[in-house]
Design a protein around this ligand. Sequence first.
Ligand code: XMP
Length: 599
Amino acid sequence: MPQERIIVVDFGGQYANLIARRIRDLGVYSEIKLPESPVNEYKGAKGIILSGGPNSVYEGNAPKIEKKLLELGIPVLGICYGHQLLAYSLKGNVERGEKKEYGIAELDIVRENELFKGLDKRQIVWMSHGDTVSKLPEGFEIIGSTKNCKISAMGNSEKKIYGVQFHPEVVHTKKGMKILENFIKISQCKRTWSMDNFLEGKIEEIKKQVGVKKVLVLASGGVDSTVCLAILSKALGPDKILAFHVDHGFMRKNEAKEVRKALDKLGYCKLQIIDAKKEFMEALCGIINPEDKRIMIGELFLIVKDKKLKMLNMNPEEWVLCQGTIYPDTIESARTKHADKIKTHHNRVEQIIELIEKGHLIEPLEMLYKDEVRKLGKKLGLPEKILWKHPFPGPGLAIRVLCSNGELEEAILKTEKLAEKKLKGTGYKGKILPLKSVGVQGDSRTYRHAVLLSGKLDWEKLGQISTKLTNEIFNINRAVYSVEPQKVDSIELIEGKLTEERVSLLRNADAIVREELEKNKIYYEIWQCPVVLLPVKVNGKKEAVVIRAIESTEAMTANFYRMNPKILDKIANRLMKLKGISAVFYDVTNKPPATIEWE
Ligand code: XMP
């Protein structure tokens, strides 16, 4: 193990591993520990970072740290929950904030200090919190404030202990990397970590894990599973690798054919395409709840795989299963100890966890983020077209076809009135969508309504309104802009199940959007662009599609993409010509408070 290291304590924050990964980006080896780890395990570490988390420090069961950890003389940086925990543990005070903050904020650096060395006095930072530090611990001083949060950053330079309420690890904090770099300097840590070390170590690890067996890979054709195949092929040679591509019927247009072509060309493995459309549709057609869909899909992948193994007379004892799981799949599925469940990724259902525990499954990329996977893929010689393909979730269109039995779960009138009040004087009208979708706020899952905005297209204004409404109205976690129709008089929820017809409608809409992004040369500017089908009637006609184009680095945070209005118009016109589509909305929400996917 490298000697020079910084330890990140994981309190269940959505970004705990991202902090470790940023530290690695800065060339320092970093590892994660749980708050329960004994203090002696920290000895020799050069720095300690306390992560964010979904709890409030004053809750009885909230994870804490031993006070001794702060007395080792090792520099400490607390982030979000970690910042609050520092205040709580050192006899300051933490309270529920009057105003919650999700998104961009302006930080004023109010005192010169080592953590903010070299930064301008005003900084753009990213916040995601409800609680706030209301009293400093003894020996600390305020080093940064925002409008809504006076003690946004605090420090005790003598003890080298610092706390920040914002998230320096996410890309939206403009100088976040500089702040982390300053912390590395405060820690006096040497910078000797690299992706080459990672690859060498992984190849040796895979050889050991697989031993004399062979490997069966569930390959979607996306960048993660393809990079997995590339490493396996380097470690074991293509003859020991078989890949199954399960076509569950929720793939994009022509996907199976394209996957076959691409993987045959790369030559990393033998490939079998399994047509399981019927099994999946039969099992899913009655399910409305998105989590139930996800769990069913994850389980079916394994059932279909086992059936195929039997058909091919393959002895399961001779095969190790391999998946291209990456870190966000684990954290969002609440498979780290203190994390809140945002959603169950298809590769994180119970049966998979059992296989991992028995040593029957390997996941070479499990600690990496998408952009790190891409870097690794580049090192392994993968073509750009595969490396920069938009991510596509395992459960595919099945989750993007939103379902409903047509009954409104709760009244929205009050929320609508509140939204109207807040929109006064903005030039926009607002209606509440009568269905809910998943979001992530302050490290916790939300399942809330979206507000539909009509008015002139002005991305900056729409972005500001979206942040304001999601921050200030409890029942809202998203905002969408109505591209077509421009004037919305009514929106009604209707019954909509997962049917061949609806999936095929969405597949066609998705293909149109993708084609236009490519034609207009903005495909690679956009990180991902889910297209979603909503079971609603707008102005008396059904149904609506949402375009969710985002910019991101690693999918833990994202900004909505400001699309050229002319291109958006072209896309909307083509979508409106599809039989069954009567409205086109454009998502103007960042992550948080919304997730990238709608479900
Ligand atoms: P969210 O919606 O949580 O998505 O902001 C983050 C990224 O993860 C992808 N995603 C999945 N990928 N299996 C996957 O392989 C899944 O079950 C799954 N669910 C979401 C999503 O498309 C986005 O890129």
